[in-house]
Design a protein around this ligand. Structure first.
Ligand SMILES: NC(=O)c1ccc[n+]([C@@H]2O[C@H](COP(=O)([O-])OP(=O)(O)OC[C@H]3O[C@@H](n4cnc5c(N)ncnc54)[C@H](OP(=O)(O)O)[C@@H]3O)[C@@H](O)[C@H]2O)c1
Length: 291
C-alpha cells in the first residue's frame, strides 16, 4: 500500500482522501497553507524541498491544493497563477528529483465548450477564465517537470463540506421557497468520496508502476445543468424548493464558464476499471453525512 503526502489539507477533496486513507489503513500526511504557502513561490520552493526531503521512499504525492475561487481569480490573476501553475511546477520538480510519483488534480474548466458529447482527454483545451487558464498552465508545468505524473481532470465536485454547490443550495433553501439556477451550462457532478477512492487506488498503482502516466478524466456518470443538479439534490434531500431555470448571462457571474464541460471518463475505466458510483447513490451518501 502506498504512503501518501497530500497538498491542500483543508480542502474538500483532501478531507475525503484523508478519510478514505485512514479507513483503509494507509499512512497519509496532509499539509495545508500553514506548512507551505503556495502563493509565494520563492518561499514555497524552500518549504516544498524541506517537506519532500523527509518523505520515505515510495511516497506518492497528491496535489489537491488550488486557488479555486473562480470569480475572484479574474481580479487576482497573479495569485491564481502562483498557486495553480508555478507552485504545481515546483511540486512536480521535487517529485522528479526524488522519484516520487505525482498525482495532480485538474479541472473541466480547461475546456471552453460548446460541445455536445462528454469530452475525452485529447479534446483541445481553451480555458475561458483566469482559473481555467491557470489550471491549464499547471498541467503544462507538471508535464514538463515530472515524467511520473498522473493528471486527473475532474468536475463539479460536491461533498458535505461547506462551500460547494450542494451545500450552498441546501443553505439557500433554508429560507427560500424558490431559487433561480443556471440552466444553460452542463457538466459532470462528481462526489469527492468517489474521486478520493479512485485516487488512492491510483496511488497504489503509481507506487507499483502499474499505471500508464498521463492525463485521465474521472467524473460522475451523468451530465446535467446546474438547475437539474439542484432539482436532483432537493429531491433526494426531500426539500420542497422550486428551481427556476435562468441563464448564465442573467446570473451574471464575473468569470466566464464553459457552456458544456462534461467529462468522458472511459479512458480511466478502460485502463484501471475505476468508475464513479451512480450519481444518486453518491449524492445520498453525502446527504447522509450531513443529516
Ligand atoms: N471544486 C470543484 O468543483 C472542482 C472541479 C474540478 C476540479 N477541481 C480541482 O480539484 C482540486 C481540489 O478542489 P477542492 O474542491 O477540494 O478545492 P478547495 O476545497 O477549495 O481546496 C483547495 C485547497 O487549496 C488550498 N490552497 C489555496 N491556496 C493555497 C495556498 N496559497 N497555499 C496552500 N494551500 C492553498 C486551500 O487552502 P485554505 O483552506 O487554507 O484556503 C484549500 O484547502 C483542485 O485542484 C481543483 O482545481 C475542483
Amino acid at each position: 500500500m502506498s504512503k501518501l503526502l497530500v497538498f491542500g489539507a483543508n480542502g474538500q477533496l483532501a478531507k475525503a482522501i484523508a478519510e478514505r486513507a485512514h479507513a483503509t489503513g494507509r499512512t497519509c500526511e496532509c499539509v495545508g497553507r500553514d506548512v507551505v504557502d503556495l502563493a509565494s513561490p520563492a518561499e514555497a520552493g524552500v518549504d516544498i524541498e524541506r517537506l519532500m526531503a523527509r518523505q520515505p521512499e515510495q511516497t506518492v504525492i497528491i496535489n489537491t491544493a488550488a486557488y479555486t475561487q473562480v470569480d475572484k481569480a479574474e481580479s487576482d490573476t497573479r495569485t491564481a497563477f502562483a498557486v495553480n501553475a508555478e507552485a504545481a511546477g515546483l511540486i512536480a520538480a521535487q517529485c522528479q528529483l526524488r522519484a516520487f510519483p505525482l498525482i495532480h488534480i485538474s479541472t473541466d474548466f480547461v475546456f471552453s465548450g460548446p460541445a455536445r458529447r462528454p469530452l475525452p482527454e485529447d479534446a483541445p483545451t481553451r480555458p475561458l477564465g483566469v482559473y481555467g487558464q491557470s489550471k491549464a498552465a499547471g498541467e503544462r508545468a507538471v508535464m514538463d517537470a515530472c515524467a511520473s505524473h498522473l493528471i486527473i481532470r475532474t468536475a463539479w465536485l460536491v461533498s458535505e463540506h461547506p462551500g460547494n454547490f450542494l451545500t450552498t443550495m441546501l443553505r439557500l433553501a433554508k429560507d427560500r421557497a424558490s431559487l433561480s439556477v443556471v440552466a444553460d451550462q452542463s457538466g459532470s457532478p462528481t462526489s469527492t468520496h468517489d474521486l478520493a477512492a479512485a485516487l488512492i487506488d491510483l496511488a497504489d498503482r503509481a507506487s507499483s508502476g502499474t499505471v500508464k502516466w498521463g492525463v485521465y478524466h474521472f467524473a460522475g456518470p451523468e451530465m446535467m445543468s446546474w438547475a437539474e443538479l439542484a432539482r436532483r439534490i432537493f429531491s433526494l434531500a426531500n426539500c420542497p424548493v422550486e428551481v427556476c431555470d435562468t441563464t448564465a448571462e442573467a446570473y451574471g457571474a464575473p468569470a466566464p464558464r464553459p457552456e458544456f464541460s462534461a467529462l468522458d471518463s472511459s479512458k480511466m475505466k478502460r485502463a484501471t476499471g475505476l468508475t464513479h458510483r451512480p450519481l444518486d447513490e453518491a449524492l445520498r451518501d453525502i446527504l447522509s453525512r450531513m443529516y
